[in-house]
Write a protein that binds this ligand. Structure first.
Ligand SMILES: Nc1ncnc2c1ncn2[C@@H]1O[C@H](COP(=O)(O)OP(=O)(O)OP(=O)(O)O)[C@@H](O)[C@H]1O
Ligand SMILES: [Mg+2]
Length: 402
């Protein structure tokens, strides 16, 4: 629960308070500290429970509610006030904001509006240094060409993140035609991306969670649609809404992208905090990395999020050197994953992730290190000045060679 946002609500109307309460209780990342039915008592409640966010439904008595907001701005400046009302009258919104409210939501409250509002509050608090940001980390995993290990890395990084009990992780298979994340986890899902994306507008958190398949590693999975005909049914709007919902409940969303780099993949790149671009050390792959980099450099903010991960290092003695590769692509290699054919065939055939089947193997350790580096969003300090070791992973390389 350390990752939860602590909330208190006040609403004299029992019905709307219950409605809001049941919505909030469905969201894992929210901890409801207190509920209150009288404006007069709410500042005491806030003083005692010290919530990060106070939700004030103002319709029952606008004047009293506005006074309460002003009082809280004075007595509890660390509690960010979010106002709800069935009116979207501009003057009312202005009065609430002037009184000290940070966000205003129109009733009936929709999850897809509530979550971004709470995130904005959370972001403002973390940018002020009040708290560490507890937003969801979105990791988009893309490949420089087919078969480089994109799905293997997405699935196994997802399971490595889920291995930490304080994380809640979901993997969405965006390789809509030929995705095989479900095969890697030997999972038979009742629902797919199509069912969930199309019903996102009607979906609440508990229904969403019931629609996902939970793997024994703790990772939740949303597989690609069953029918090829259904692939075009999923729109970027659907995906956007779905990811908004997933952010309400998961600490990490891992997206396994297709090699088509179509509209859904491009949206995923935009929404991601980290873009893991998986490549191997051969010329065709590196040429594609350069080509993709041109696209990333062209789009605002994408290049900064790019993490080039080399997979299957050591597979071929004639592989291009890391130094040459870094010169060619014009950036450091973020991580290197060793080639381990035997282990990978075994985990693939058994449909079991590395953390469960081969935890001690260097490949698993490196996947776990990669997951940790993405999670902390910091690269470890270089151990020495050499390019090949810049991402702090020279350690395993000596393993791989021995
Ligand atoms: N580090 C590794 N060492 C050895 N084999 C690996 C490694 N990573 C992936 N593989 C193998 O490479 C093959 C392709 O992997 P994977 O399906 O993950 O690639 P992909 O990029 O998702 O492919 P696609 O383009 O079909 O989506 C699989 O057989 C997998 O077991
Ligand atoms: Mg794949």
């Amino acid at each position: 629960m350390s990752n939860a946002i602590r909330l208190a609500i006040v609403d004299p109307d029992d019905n709307s308070r219950e409605e809001l309460k049941s919505m909030l209780l469905g969201i894992d990342r929210i901890w409801l500290e207190a509920e209150c039915s009288r404006y007069e008592f709410f500042s005491d409640v806030v003083a005692q429970t010290e919530p990060e966010v106070g939700i004030i439904a103002i319709d029952s008595d606008v004047e009293k509610a506005l006074k309460l907001i002003e009082r809280l701005a004075d007595t509890a400046p660390d509690c960010s006030v979010l106002v709800t009302s069935s009116s979207n009258d501009g003057n009312l919104i202005l009065s609430a904001m002037r009184a000290g409210a940070k966000e205003f939501l129109a009733e009936p409250i929709k999850l897809e509006d509530l979550i971004p509002a709470l995130e904005r509050i959370s972001d403002r608090r973390s940018s002020r240094g009040d708290v560490k940001s507890r937003g969801t980390t979105i990791i988009a995993v893309a490949g420089a060409t087919g078969g480089v290990g994109t799905t293997s890395i997405a699935v196994n990084v997802g399971c490595a993140l889920a291995d930490n009990p304080s994380n809640s992780v979901v993997l969405v298979d965006l390789d809509l035609c030929l995705g095989d994340a479900d095969v890697c986890l030997d999972a038979i899902a009742d629902f797919t991306l199509l069912d969930v994306a199309q019903n996102a507008a009607r979906m609440d958190i508990s229904l969403l969670k019931r629609s996902l398949t939970k793997h024994s590693s703790g990772l939740f999975l949303l597989p690609r649609p069953v029918q090829l005909d259904d692939v075009d049914e999923i729109t970027p709007d659907d995906l956007n809404r779905l990811i908004g919902l997933l952010k309400a409940t998961f600490s990490h969303v891992v997206l396994d992208l297709s090699k088509f780099f179509g509209p859904l993949d491009r949206l995923a790149l935009q929404l991601a905090d980290h873009i893991v671009l998986v490549t191997q050390m051969d010329l065709p792959c590196l040429r594609n990395v350069v080509r993709l980099m041109m696209y990333f450099n062209d789009k605002d903010g994408l290049a900064d999020k790019l993490r080039v991960v080399v997979n299957r290092v050591g597979m071929d003695q004639n592989q291009i050197s890391f130094k040459k590769a870094e010169e060619t692509i014009g950036r450091e290699i973020f991580w290197k994953i060793p080639n381990d054919y035997r282990t990978m065939v075994e985990v693939r055939n058994n449909g079991v992730p590395l953390v469960e089947q081969a935890r001690k193997q260097p490949i698993t350790q490196e996947i776990m290190n990669l997951a940790a580096a993405l999670d902390g969003s910091e690269k470890p300090e270089p151990e020495d000045g050499e390019a090949a070791n810049k991402s702090g992973i020279g350690r395993w390389f000596s393993f791989g060679k021995s």
